[in-house]
Design a binder for this molecule. Structure first.
Ligand code: CMC
Length: 378
């Protein structure tokens, strides 16, 4: 067997064949099942995009209604999961709380029937329905409050914001949040998706698949740059300080958060849509200092680094939108997870259809034939 050259981080190694999403980094294109992200963001909604990703085609009216109905019906979490979450330390990170609670679902829904389409559908519905409830519950529980029960009369995104902020969001906020979820639902084989695929390939249960992906997303090299963007905008403090701040940071060879991407060498198509959403939100409330700083910073970075293919990425405007929607910054990554569950589930299903357990090889760099030294002689 030919052993391929070792590539750190598997860069440019095709680890699977997939028809779920496509990214063209030179032209700034992102497609879900061949449909452009701009079209989905303006014409579709998160649950329809999730259906498209997971089942491969847009649902007919009655299919979408049945899917939405089932998800509404499964939003509540068992009181024993709530009781378990109450024991989590209030200082714990919400991503750790989410990973633990997602894994705990496997204890309650332990039947594993991966060749049964009904089982697959139920797992998809449960995970899409319950993950937002768990994220919102931990946010309230860590303040000592009881979690709010989901409201059946509210749509997916409005209900999440309601459970999180303890009040019904206005329709524009709910619609904007829904677009954010659509934008973050899938992005080819990144670290967390690959993690989901590797776990899926062992034929374990879907709750373990999602828990493993959540754990991978939690690392600072993956989710989380939008949190740092907000800290940076606060540090800059004023529009006048943008250019001196940028010069100083570049001189110290520090990266500007929210810019640059391994794949996109033009402005990330998701950043363009998020910028429009941020503009809408801030226009409605008479402007915002941090949004103005962000616009000026984007302009200045483009002038300085645009020729090197460094432009705004998805994280640059998303944090501003989330803050305005009342989402605290340590929940930005859990919110990312709520959306990405759709993509992870799509890859889980795709993996099951062609499964072969992942078992790469390695280049051994250690020694051979070493004698054992008794402990008293070391
Ligand atoms: N600010 C300033 N310089 C940058 C930046 C930046 N944001 N990004 C890349 N560069 C420079 C970097 O210093 C390096 O310069 P040199 O060749 O002189 O050493 C060159 O560009 C290549 O950088 P790299 O880190 O090797 O590029 P990469 O393709 O491996 O990294 C990245 C992509 C996202 C890790 C990087 O651009 C970065 O760290 N950006 C800031 C953090 C950030 O915004 N992360 C969110 C990414 S989007 C998440 C998603 O799509 O899921």
């Amino acid at each position: 067997m030919t052993v391929c050259e070792y590539k750190p981080g598997l860069e440019n190694i095709a680890a699977a064949q997939s028809s779920i999403s496509h990214v063209d980094g030179k032209q700034g294109i992102l497609e879900y099942r061949g449909i452009g992200i701009e079209e989905l963001a303006s014409k579709s909604n998160f649950l329809e995009a999730a259906y498209l990703l997971i089942w491969g085609e847009l649902p007919r009216q009655e299919e979408l209604e049945a899917f939405e109905h089932d998800i509404r019906f499964h939003r509540r979490i068992k009181y024993r999961i709530r009781d378990m979450m109450k024991c989590f330390p209030e200082t714990g990170h919400p991503m750790d709380a989410l990973q633990t609670s997602a894994a705990a679902l496997g204890l309650f829904y332990s039947r594993r029937a991966l060749d049964n389409p009904q089982y697959i559908r139920e797992a998809v519905v449960r995970l899409l329905a319950k993950i937002p409830t768990m994220v919102a519950a931990f946010k309230l529980m860590r303040k000592g409050h009881d979690p709010i029960q989901p409201r059946d009369d509210l749509g997916y995104s409005a209900n999440f914001l309601y459970m999180l902020n303890e009040r019904e969001p206005d329709p524009l906020a709910a619609q904007i949040f829904d677009v954010c979820l659509t934008l973050h639902a899938e992005h080819t084989i990144n670290a967390s998706t690959f993690s989901a695929m590797v776990t899926a390939s062992t034929l374990t249960d879907p709750y373990a698949v999602i828990a493993s992906a959540v754990g991978t997303l939690a690392g600072p090299l993956h989710g989380g740059a939008n949190e740092e963007v907000i800290a940076m905008l606060k540090e800059i403090g004023s529009v006048e300080n943008v250019r001196p701040y940028l010069e100083d940071r570049l001189q110290r060879k520090e990266k500007i958060m929210g810019f640059g991407h391994r794949v996109y060498k033009v402005k990330d198509p998701r950043a363009k849509i998020l910028q429009n959403l941020a503009e809408q939100l801030f226009e409605q409330s008479g402007g915002n200092k941090y949004y103005e700083i962000a616009v000026e910073l984007e302009q200045a970075v483009e002038e300085k680094l645009g020729h090197r293919g460094i432009y705004a990425n998805v994280d640059f405007y998303s944090g501003l939108v989330y803050l305005k929607l009342g989402i605290p910054s340590d929940l930005f990554t859990p919110v990312f997870a709520i959306a990405r569950v759709a993509g992870w589930l799509a890859h889980w299903k795709e993996q099951l259809a062609v499964n072969r357990i992942f078992r790469p090889t390695q280049e051994y760099t250690g020694t051979h034939n070493v004698s054992y030294i008794p402990i008293e002689e070391r």
